[in-house]
Design a protein around this ligand. Structure first.
Ligand SMILES: O=P(O)(O)OC[C@H]1O[C@H](OP(=O)(O)OP(=O)(O)O)[C@H](O)[C@@H]1O
Ligand SMILES: Nc1ncnc2[nH]cnc12
Length: 175
């Protein structure tokens, strides 16, 4: 099965979660599926081969993807965390989601300026989360090598918030 069909087929779809009107794509079923998980990580590794020095995962689901890809390609992982979790000085960016508002953070000065960062998250919806993650990388003077997703929800305008950055989504799904 092609990857753009495998990814949505491997995700459970839950109507009206976490609130009415949202069709929630649950990637935990994809992560638990050894074939779909491996094919997804291998595909992202192929698409971004040779373009980055470190992989950033956005809490929480992006962590699993970033760890797997970084391990496969011999890179380190940067954790982009929800606000209030990191113990040292941070850069912070706020954003709005399909279902609420939030803020994310990275530690200051952990990664040398100029490193090329590949940002991974499971879903591109409104784009607010990864737009904020990109702003964190800019605050830290890191270069965004690209952004990678398992799924892009079409019609929510997320891609327009990615600026000129390279965006790779393994599948495109209509909400
Ligand atoms: O493109 P956006 O509209 O910003 O939405 C996408 C984000 O929403 C989900 O995370 P969520 O904030 O639900 O957190 P979780 O991964 O910790 O469950 C998803 O994992 C993405 O990070
Ligand atoms: N519809 C959706 N399903 C899963 N995660 C999401 N994050 C934002 N929108 C989402």
């Amino acid at each position: 099965m092609p990857i753009d069909e495998l990814v949505p087929a491997a995700c459970a779809q839950i109507p009206d979660f976490p609130q009415e009107g949202i069709l929630f794509y649950d990637v935990t079923t994809l992560f638990a599926n050894s074939v779909a998980f491996k094919r997804s990580i291998d595909e992202l590794a192929d698409r971004f081969e040779g373009t980055y020095d470190i992989v950033a995962g956005v809490e929480a689901r992006g962590f699993l993807m970033a760890a797997a890809l970084a391990y496969k390609t011999g890179k380190g992982v940067m954790t982009v965390r929800k606000a209030g979790k990191l113990p040292r000085e941070t850069f912070q960016a706020e954003y709005t989601l399909e279902y609420g508002t939030a803020a994310i953070e990275i530690h200051k000065e952990d990664i040398p300026a100029g490193q090329r960062v590949l940002i991974l998250d499971d879903i591109l919806a409104t784009g607010g989360t990864v737009e904020a993650a990109i702003s964190l990388m800019e605050q830290a003077k890191l270069e965004v090598a690209g952004v990678g997703f398992l799924m892009e929800l079409d019609g929510l305008g997320g891609r327009s918030k990615m600026g000129d950055h390279r965006v790779e989504s393994l599948s495109l799904t209509t909400e």
